[in-house]
Design a protein around this ligand. Structure first.
Ligand code: C2E
Ligand code: MG
Ligand code: MG
Length: 457
């Protein structure tokens, strides 16, 4: 990281012994003391400047002045400058534009090759403004004209170094992003994306009726990553399209396997991102995957968020309409967290809304949330939509939702997202014994005829 020179000198923090030893007022001593310390710090950070001027006097003035803050090397010809650049790296190159043999302008393409990350400031003669502009076109960041004030030199150098720092930050962000994109691609090739399933329970009958597919990235170095860690970048880079298709394929194949195991009406819900929804081939992809898996479309539910629909409502609504025509079910995910009006619900070609976990969380303690949950369920039912409550964590929440005749529920109370085999055993136990038992972590021990749940210890 580069140190910046613009923090004011703080005399107040001068150690007492500096005053007592000198017996002076302290002001100048303090300024010198801190300037020196700052200069030392700058040197530690090794901000390196190369000064190139065939006028030895100017070269030496610049060197003496800038050496207070930076590590400077001064040379007197373009040839010496290029030799130095071939062997060392510099953060900033300050060069005279007109030199015999090779001008600063002629030197620019070599600098760009030898030191692409350096920033260049040209020193031009007063009447050489056109050349200075040409130098900037060739890639120099700024120029100063002779004769110059040292304060001006200071300001230009600082500006140029700030610019370089910003560029370096940008470059490293781009590099990091590229590297992460490569990782995503590699993970896709390597089948490192795995699909977990969270049970969805019919609240009144207390049966597991399906599962939501939730993607995870099992990274060899970093362990298991959650969607929040990689979906935004996948969205950004467009890689969500192949990743999403792979999740959809896995989930549909899994649902088909569950059917083959005798869980005949088991449904699978798959999250679909805005990019996928807007993608030209999305409908074909869904149809092909259902066909390949041999899964009836009525067993697939596509989840989209309100915000993703709002990005391009026309295309989104058209795609959802076609999906429904195919027989696929549509749910609005995280319902209530978007900014859209409730009125638009009736225009949407959907089957259900997923009541966001944030409403469920406080529904049993906050009357406002309770009122909202009630209103949403009533409104959805009046529009002949089903309601799936997300994030059910407690028995009280479940009881409240049951009272409001909420249709389906999902949450840690029933089971956390788990691998498909845990889901399989959970479902078969539930199917045969009416116990909801998720893998080796039974959550609900018993469900009475009245629908009361006894939690496992
Ligand atoms: P979502 O679709 O709303 O999924 C529900 C999230 O809530 C999941 O987080 C789930 O693990 C978590 N959850 C479930 N029950 C509870 C509970 O009782 N309490 C709490 N606090 N949380 C609960 P997860 O798996 O981290 O997924 C986060 C989001 O990532 C999902 O939200 C979904 O929007 C997105 N996502 C997941 N898989 C995919 C995918 O395959 N494609 C796309 N495009 N997005 C996905
Ligand atoms: Mg979802
Ligand atoms: Mg949700």
């Amino acid at each position: 990281m580069m140190l910046r020179q613009d923090s004011p000198v703080r005399e107040t923090s001068l150690p007492a012994q500096v005053y007592s030893l000198t017996g002076l007022t302290g002001t100048h001593i303090a300024a010198d003391f801190f300037t020196e310390r700052k200069a030392a710090a700058m040197k530690e950070q090794k901000i390196r400047l190369l000064i190139v001027d065939d006028d030895r006097e100017i070269g030496s003035i610049l060197h003496d002045f800038l050496s207070k803050l930076y590590e400077c090397t001064a040379v007197n010809s373009a040839a010496d400058a290029l030799a130095a650049l071939a062997g060392e790296s510099f953060d900033l190159i300050m060069s005279d534009i007109s030199m015999p043999q090779m001008s600063g302008l002629e030197m620019m393409p070599h600098i760009v090759t030898l030191a692409p990350e350096s920033v260049v400031v040209m020193i031009s003669g007063q009447r050489m403004i056109e050349s200075a502009i040409a130098a900037m076109r060739a890639g120099a960041f700024d120029y100063i004209t002779k004769p110059f004030e040292l304060a001006q030199v200071d300001a230009v150098v600082r500006r140029a170094l700030d610019h370089r720092e910003q560029l370096a930050g940008l470059r490293s962000r781009v590099t990091r992003r590229d590297a992460e994109k490569q990782r995503l691609l590699h993970a896709l090739d390597n089948h490192d994306f795995v699909v977990y399933y969270q049970p969805q329970v019919e609240i009144q009958s207390r049966k597991i009726i399906g599962a939501e597919a939730l993607v995870r990235w099992e990274d060899r170095e970093r362990g298991m990553l959650l969607p929040a860690d990689f979906i935004p970048l996948a969205e950004d880079t467009g890689l969500i399209v192949p990743i999403g298709a792979s999740v959809l394929r896995t989930a549909c194949e899994q649902a088909r396997q569950w059917h083959d195991l005798g869980l005949a009406d088991f449904c699978v819900a798959v999250n679909v991102s805005p990019k996928q929804l807007q993608e030209e081939n999305f409908l074909k992809t869904v149809a092909q995957i259902l066909d390949d898996a041999g899964l009836g479309p009525e067993f697939l539910e596509i989840e989209v968020t309100e915000t993703s629909l709002m990005q391009n409502p026309e295309v989104g609504i058209k795609t959802l309409t076609r999906l429904r025509e195919m027989g696929v079910k549509i749910a609005i995910d995280d319902f209530g967290t978007g900014y859209s009006s409730l009125g638009y619900l009736k225009r949407l070609p959907i089957d259900s809304v997923k009541l966001d976990a944030s409403f469920v969380k406080d529904a049993t303690s906050d009357p406002d949330d309770a009122a909202l949950v009630m209103a949403i369920i009533t409104l959805a039912h009046n529009l002949r939509l089903k309601v799936i409550a997300e994030g059910i964590e407690t028995e009280d929440q479940l009881a409240f939702l049951r009272l409001l005749r909420c249709d389906r529920g999902q949450g840690y109370f029933f089971g956390r997202p788990a691998m498909s085999d845990e889901m399989t055993s959970a479902h078969s136990k539930n199917h045969h014994k009416r116990d909801v038992d998720f893998g080796n972590k039974p959550v609900v021990k018993e469900i009475s005829a009245a629908g009361n749940l006894t939690r496992a210890a």
